[in-house]
Design a protein around this ligand. Structure first.
Ligand SMILES: [Zn+2]
Ligand SMILES: [Zn+2]
Length: 343
């Protein structure tokens, strides 16, 4: 046999052994949007939460940030945080402290979380232990103190409760209820019902984090039975159709729009339709990739979305600025996770 012919047989064998859905990119990172020259765009509490969620505690390929561990220090050591952000992200609250909230409704806040309890939820997702030190100018604390303040200051009527819920679901069980500073009882059942009552149109990120929070409570309940039986049933009858419906609403281009589930309108303002579908598709892939296979769209649909999103990431509309840190990091994490899914 000629060596040329032999080579083509080997090549054919190699091709047939390769899974047909080979990833278009081997592994995405946040390096394209977090560069040295736009450091101020991502050197924020929310930016670092996203970077930490993406890289975990290990090494990063970003300029000036060696690892996720270094990010934990920037978020839990007040002096280091003040040096990085220009001022402390902590504010006094009740007996303790919490992170300042930096959103469109917060006045005179220059540094802080984009969502209340965004840091705690990020730490919770990484399973960071509650004895992790928090070094404040006023003295040594731990994450447990931040969590205690969050529980004391929590109320169900807040505009955004999803991030607090995600932190509580990871850190509190088997505790299933507590009393806040105002003397009002809060339970996981009440929290789940409040989350289920939210109009997702009113939420950031097309409400995907509300579903994420409900899934976190459901997972905690599966281990610790923190819900009453009727809430447990209501939760299941809400989550299963929502996830199924999301699968059915994937567009022919592989992406999802804002109306990714029933009840969602198509308005994208103040974002462009491109930004919104990028944001929603990235968030959904990030979420779906963490679900059991029977609860998410089939593999072919997820791969279609991963390819469409990877193409969208190369668009000149995606720029290294503060806006893109959130959508891009969810998208990159979701795409990477899709290519790592088991059969
Ligand atoms: Zn989001
Ligand atoms: Zn985000």
């Amino acid at each position: 046999m000629t060596s040329k012919r032999w080579r083509s047989i080997v090549l054919l064998m190699a091709l047939s052994m390769t899974h047909c859905s080979r990833p278009p990119e081997s592994h995405l990172t946040l390096a394209p949007i977090c560069k040295a020259e736009n450091r101020s765009a991502w050197m924020s509490v929310s930016g670092l939460c996203h970077i930490l969620a993406f890289y975990g505690l290990g090494p990063t390929d970003l300029p000036g940030i060696a690892s996720g561990k270094e990010i934990i220090t920037l978020l839990t050591d007040e002096a280091a945080a003040a040096a990085a952000f220009g001022r402390s992200p902590f504010v006094k609250a009740g007996e303790g402290v919490r992170y300042a909230l930096f959103d469109e409704a917060s006045w005179e806040v220059a540094v802080g979380e984009a969502h209340r309890d965004q840091c705690l939820a990020t730490f919770a997702a990484l399973d960071l232990p509650l004895h992790t030190p928090v070094r404040l100018n006023s003295g040594a604390r731990t994450l447990r103190d931040l969590l205690a303040e969050s529980m004391a200051g929590f109320d169900l009527d807040r505009k955004e409760i999803a991030w607090s819920a995600m932190a509580f679901a990871r850190y509190l069980p088997p505790l299933s209820s507590w009393t806040n500073r105002a003397g009002i009882g809060v339970s996981f059942s009440a929290l789940a019902n409040a989350l289920m009552a939210i109009d997702l149109n009113s939420q950031k990120c097309a409400g995907v984090h509300v579903i994420e929070a409900l899934l976190a409570i459901e997972a905690a309940d599966a281990v610790h039975l923190i819900l009453d039986p009727s809430t447990r049933n209501a939760l299941r009858s809400r989550l299963n159709p929502t996830l199924r419906n999301a699968g059915e609403r994937q567009r022919s281009d592989g992406m999802w729009g804002k109306s990714w589930c029933a009840g969602m309108n198509d308005e994208t303002e103040p974002m462009s339709p491109f930004q919104m579908s990028f944001l929603v598709t990235g968030h959904l892939l990030d979420l779906f990739a963490r679900l059991d296979s029977d609860r998410r769209p089939d593999r072919a649909s997820l791969e279609r979305a991963a390819r469409a999103l990877t193409a969208a990431m190369r668009s000149t509309d995606v720029r290294p600025n503060g806006f893109w840190v959130c959508p891009y990091s969810h998208a990159a994490r979701g795409v990477n996770a899709v290519w790592k899914l088991e059969e």
